[in-house]
Design a protein around this ligand. Structure first.
Ligand SMILES: Nc1nc2c(ncn2[C@@H]2O[C@H](COP(=O)(O)OP(=O)(O)OP(=O)(O)O)[C@@H](O)[C@H]2O)c(=O)[nH]1
Ligand SMILES: [Mg+2]
Length: 497
């Protein structure tokens, strides 16, 4: 190198000032004057030995760096509005990559599933009561006066001139099933704040501080609480500790006692008609288990993977889940998944996590084009997803972070369109495109892609997947692709550091 520089570029002046003989380093490295052949051999042997040692140290440093690189946890943030499927995606990660933890928690999910089932029942009872209170409004004729206003007598209403009449059996069902409300309350107490859904403007009265970092609310903390309650001995000073055992027994007895009534309520044509008139698609709501009541209301019931994926416990604040992957490309490596609460009140807690994540999975439920946010009934859910997506794409702090979009709830979208709900009635720009799942999902995907392109601070790749994250086999395939893509970025980042 020096030779070529010497011949082609350096000036005579350079040689005058920095000639080899004058260079201090050259002088220091030069053999001592008058060195004998034996001294020279000793010196060269010494130099060789120190070179070998230096190479060994370099190798050691390289190995240490490689080990560090392999050990560095992969950090993944799950974002999206409430009920978009973030926690369900996290469950799929655990199911596919960390089966031991998944199996260890299986029996605890029973509490959540039974809680969801009981809430399905009390939701129907609430709908009946609400309908009884305001039947005329619901049929679009506010002037209509009905001949009954309470469920205790009967209620009637009119649609296409045909009255609905609730009979004594409905009153009886309502009375007999009302003790389930107490069990629901106790389960809410055992599972914590995550069990309390926000509806409309109403907030839970004991609303927690949702802005704390790693807020202790969600499935993880609910299960920690259950585990403690389950293992603690009953003592007089701590009578509450034995409550879980008592609660478990109460639940099992109640489910056996009320099984036939629950089935009757759900299969009753008059109740179904009332739900239809109230436009309450209870079968599309999160944590719907009424079709499985005979399977679930048994002592021997063990939750299946599908049941767990379909169960619902909302997340508040941000929850960190650490798994050492037992499968996949990153087997042996720790992943830290941050599952956030998607409701408006939880969103301020997201920001501190943007700084140091390898990737984001953004969940956009595309079935919800005709729905409103539960925490703010004025806001269309699809519009809210677009808005959130745009905010994430334009964030400077996330400029170099890989963002993967899951266009989720495709199964519900398909069912909805087959039921005759028309996208164009809610999304005017949809025009007269075909009202089927393939066309609609592509249309929504295009909109998300455009938002990313137009709002990212610098060009980035648009990664997207059509998902129904309650379908575990399909989701497992998607997650394998996602794992590879995140790992690639993660290693690139680790190399840069
Ligand atoms: N049918 C269907 N249900 C889904 C899908 N994704 C999620 N769900 C269900 O929707 C409900 C809500 O999902 P979660 O994963 O709890 O939603 P989240 O985004 O974590 O909601 P927050 O914790 O409130 O922010 C659960 O009962 C899920 O089982 C889907 O693709 N299809
Ligand atoms: Mg959640």
């Amino acid at each position: 190198m020096v030779a070529s520089l010497t011949s082609s570029r350096l000036t005579p002046m350079f040689f005058t000032r920095y000639g080899h003989d004058d260079d201090p380093l050259t002088r220091a490295l030069a053999p001592p004057p008058g060195e004998t052949p034996a001294q020279r051999a000793d010196r060269e042997a010494l130099e060789l030995a120190s070179q070998r040692r230096s190479d060994e140290i370099d190798d050691e440093l390289r190995r240490e760096k490689e080990t560090e690189r392999k050990k560095k946890p992969v950090k993944l943030l799950l974002l999206g509005q409430s009920e978009s499927g973030k926690t369900a995606t996290l469950k799929n990660f655990q199911l596919k990559f960390a089966g031991n933890e998944w199996r260890a928690e299986r029996d605890l999910w029973r509490f959540v599933i039974v809680f969801n089932l009981i809430r399905n029942v009390t939701d129907i009872l609430d709908e009946m009561a609400a309908y009884a209170a305001r039947p005329a409004l619901l049929d679009g004729s506010s002037s209509e006066s009905d001949d009954a206003s309470t469920l205790d007598s009967f209620f009637t209403t009119r649609r296409s001139g045909s009255p609905i009449r609730f009979k004594d059996r409905h009153r009886l069902l309502r009375t007999r099933l009302s003790p389930l409300r107490q069990i629901q309350k106790e389960l809410e107490g055992a599972l914590g704040n995550a069990a309390i859904e926000v509806n409309g403007d109403s907030q839970p009265s004991h609303k927690p501080n949702e802005f704390s970092i790693i807020a202790s609310h969600g499935w993880k903390s609910a299960f920690d609480k259950l585990k403690t309650l389950r293992t603690q001995p009953v003592t007089e000073s701590q009578p509450s500790m034995g409550r879980l055992k008592g609660l478990e027994e109460d639940i099992l007895e109640a489910l056996e006692d009320y099984l036939e009534d629950i089935v009757s309520l759900w299969n009753d044509p008059v109740v179904r008609e009332m739900l239809a008139r109230r436009r309450t698609h209870i079968e599309d709501t999160p944590g719907f288990f009424l079709d499985d009541v005979r399977r679930i209301a048994r002592r021997a019931y063990v939750p299946t993977d599908d049941d767990i994926l379909r169960s619902r416990l909302r997340t508040l604040g941000v929850q960190e889940h650490r798994f050492v992957f037992q499968e996949g490309l990153t087997k042996g490596r720790e992943w830290r998944l941050y599952d956030v609460g998607g409701a408006h009140s939880s969103r301020a807690a997201w920001y501190p996590y943007f700084d140091d994540v390898d990737a984001i999975i953004f969940l956009a439920p595309i079935s919800c084009f005709d729905e409103k946010l539960s925490e703010d009934r004025r806001v269309n859910r699809l519009e809210d997803s677009y808005y959130l997506w745009k905010t994430i794409c334009e964030c400077e702090l996330l400029k170099y972070t890989q963002i993967i979009l899951f266009l989720n709830k495709c199964d519900i979208l398909e069912a909805k369109l087959e039921r005759g709900v028309r996208v164009q009635d809610y999304v005017s720009s949809y025009g007269d495109r075909a009202n089927n799942v393939a066309t609609a999902s592509k249309y929504f995907q295009h909109h998300f892609k455009e938002l990313m392109k137009n709002n990212s601070p610098s060009p980035r790749t648009f990664y997207s997947h059509f998902t129904s994250v309650v379908q575990k086999d399909e989701t497992a395939k998607t997650l394998a692709v996602v794992e590879e893509s995140i790992l690639r970025d993660h290693l690139r980042r680790a190399d840069l550091m």
